[in-house]
Design a protein around this ligand. Structure first.
Ligand code: UDP
Length: 328
């Protein structure tokens, strides 16, 4: 019995692989390595295969006696999705349909899915609960929601069980292994702030300072990547003993503004970080904060890194030791 992780060479995928291995799971990774890093996958088989290749995926499912798939492989940039919606429908929705075909054909009926807070769009209340309206404001969130809906029909037709994990803002790095966040291009706030602390960028742009928040900058819920990883492990266990079609928010429940993140990073790094005001980024809601009570109650999820300084310090350790990411 083993777990297949698609996109296991990516940021959250590689940390989840490490978490599963640390808990004694047999893990196998497939990744087409377009965004993932070979060096992020340690001590488990890595197949450079696209999830659309049903023949190869089917063979891997059988050869490794896979019972559960943890599915990360996707395109995940909001701005890019607005410019290239068809690429997102192809690489997220159509590719996942192919993956599910290979699973159903081989009797693998458990999937843990990497979903996103972007399925909610502009929230109707804070914090956001799972039953709140899902009205995505960009193709990235729309395609993730389409996949969540596909699971419902596949449950009815084939008995496929799924857990969709709606992440808020993932950050941080593994506490002991040399894995961390390395995107190209980097668009996320915390790595950008830390690149500025390292002198790799002249400044951080604050996208908008006229939001209806106490300091005018956007508020987000930052959650440590190892806490996300543990939620995936708990979800694998839940599907093995029950479950059906479920979705869970994963966040810390506390919001921090862009300005607060920069202030915390200045404290943690002891470096000057120049911040300049820039226009709003299209599609950014003012406040996104999760209620993760359901994940705590149903999955027994216990986030370990609930404070922003710890999360930023963990990311800083990775960026300092790997200023050029996996190229180092
Ligand atoms: N942000 C910013 N400057 C940057 C990158 C991000 O002000 O260079 C803001 C962004 O507008 C958002 C928050 O930081 O309000 C978090 O953005 P990120 O891209 O990290 O995650 P998202 O919330 O889009 O998933």
């Amino acid at each position: 019995m083993s777990v297949l992780v698609t996109g296991g060479a990516g940021y959250i995928g590689s940390h989840t692989v490490a978490e599963l291995v640390a808990h004694g799971e047999d893990v196998v990774v497939i990744d087409n390595l377009r965004q993932g890093h070979r060096a992020a996958v340690r001590d488990v088989p890595l197949y450079e295969v696209d999830i659309r290749d049903t023949e190869q995926v089917g063979r891997i499912l059988r050869d490794h006696k896979v019972d559960t798939v943890v599915h990360f492989a996707a395109n995940s940039l909001v701005g890019e999705s607005v410019e290239k919606p068809l690429q997102y429908y192809e690489n997220n929705v159509a590719a996942t349909a192919k993956l599910l075909s290979a699973m159903v054909d081989n009797g693998v009926l458990n999937i843990v899915f990497s979903s996103t807070a972007a399925v909610y769009g502009e929230p109707v209340r804070t914090p956001i609960h799972e039953e709140d309206p899902t009205v995505p404001t960009n193709p990235y969130g729309e395609t993730k929601l389409a996949i969540e809906r596909m699971f419902r029909w596949c449950h009815q037709a084939y008995g496929l069980k799924s857990i969709s994990l709606r992440y808020f803002n993932a950050a941080g790095a593994h506490p002991t292994l040399p894995i961390g966040e390395d995107h190209n291009p980097e668009t996320h706030l915390i790595p950008i702030v830390l690149q500025a602390a390292l002198g790799q960028r002249p400044h951080v742009s604050i996208f908008g300072n006229d939001y209806p928040t106490p300091d005018g900058t956007c508020i987000r819920d930052y959650v440590h990547v190892m806490d996300l990883a543990s939620a995936h492990r708990l979800s694998v266990n839940r599907l093995r003993t029950g479950g059906g079609v479920e979705a869970f928010n994963l966040g810390s429940g506390t919001g921090f503004s862009v300005q607060q993140v920069i202030d915390v990073a200045r404290e943690v790094t002891g470096r000057d970080i120049l911040a300049v005001h820039s226009p709003r980024r299209p599609g950014d809601p003012a406040v996104l904060v999760a209620s993760s009570d359901k994940a705590k109650q149903v999955l027994g999820w216990k986030p370990q890194y609930d404070d922003l300084s710890t999360i930023v310090a963990s990311a800083w350790a990775w960026h300092q030791s790997h200023p050029n990411g996996y190229e180092d």
